[in-house]
Design a binder for this molecule. Sequence first.
Ligand code: UDP
Length: 450
Amino acid sequence: MRHSTHLLVYPFPSSGHIIPLLDLTDLLLRRGLTVTVVISPTNLPLLDPLHSSHPSSLHKLLFDDPEITPFPDPLIAKVISTQKLFDPIVKWFRSHPSPPMAIVSDFFLGWTSELASHLGIQRIVFSPSGVLSSSILQTLWQDVEEINADKDQKFSLSFPEIPNSPEFPLWQLLPVSQNFKKGEPHYESFRNGMLANMSSWGIIYNTFEELEGVYIDHMKKQMGHDRVWAVGPLLPDDHGTGRGGSSVVPPNDLLMWLDNKPDDSVVYICFGSQTTLSEKQMGGLIGALELSNINFILCAKGSKSGSIPSGFEDWVSGRGLIVKGWAPQLAILRHRAVGSFVSHCGWNSTLEGVAAGVMMLTWPMGADQYVDAKLLVDELGVGKRVCEDAPDSVPDSVELARLLDESVSGRYKAEQRVVKVKKLSQAASKAVKDGTSMRDVDTFVQLLSQ
Ligand code: UDP
């Protein structure tokens, strides 16, 4: 009997990166592939549910998180430290009776391109970010020699097939504190890893054609071949209540609370798994929630205890819920009562909001979030900016209250933005059911199995 195709899947160890790559892994396992996932014991709880569904075809390759290399930039430090797994993976591979024929690894793990060629197998990049944001960063990394201290220097995709390509100042693409040191080995190594992505055998994006078609085509031209697959939005079919973490409140309590609210009347507010608002920012938001009349669920993970005034919850009781920890975001967004989403615009949240057909109120603060917000507001016309002058900007409570009220008002429902997001939501469902994203997953699996 022919052995099934064996893949090594290597997510970057951070929940926003692990969650979508495991959703993709599920699709690959359902198509009969055998998959080994590189994971640390700390992140094992994220893999366990998938492992229970595919006990014989999903294998774990467990390595402790490598000690973090001391470096001023925490992201680069984490990326560099993963390189310590090069030799252990080679050793595992050499001793395996039927080793993987390709590696699918996160775009931060650019060094796995060298690992793959050392092992004589293909590397496929998995991008947990959108195509526009990854392309713009690619441009930045290519031009990085020229970057000076001018944080207002603008970057865009200067390619003829994309007229009026959006422009971004450098401070929106990188942490403002970041100082490039040309020739500094860790920094060069990170940059080389990002550039290596472009010479990989293929790239898989968690996006879909209607969302980023023009940028997907652009990426195919950049890569010089068609092995660029858009397979998103990668989301579970069920409620996804345990996705990425256990909710700190029983999901059913939240869903029952939502059951009692009218359609599209609730604003959901959450800033992802990493970002916490400063006390001033939280103050501006709380002030707006007090002034507004909206129903809302506020996910206030990691907020300093003083930033939500005592008595606030009683004051808004009946119309507002505060979740002080991990919220079952997907289940909340998919509830018919939720009409708009104040989001930091991490790519997963962006996709989840669009797929759920809720109006996006954008409040980006770093990483790829400014690019995602621009895509939502200016390119797709499905969102509105609520705060984005700088990562530490504090919203004006009166203005924010107005925007919140407006986003779920009856009048607003007929707005173009809402009509467009509902249309995109339908396109997202079609793409993953029997449309372009399913086609791309199938094409990818067929190419591997040849
Ligand atoms: N998430 C969640 N509950 C929370 C916070 C986040 O379920 O309380 C999920 C969210 O649904 C998304 C992911 O965690 O899938 C966050 O990813 P995103 O790219 O939006 O932001 P990041 O955390 O990477 O900044």
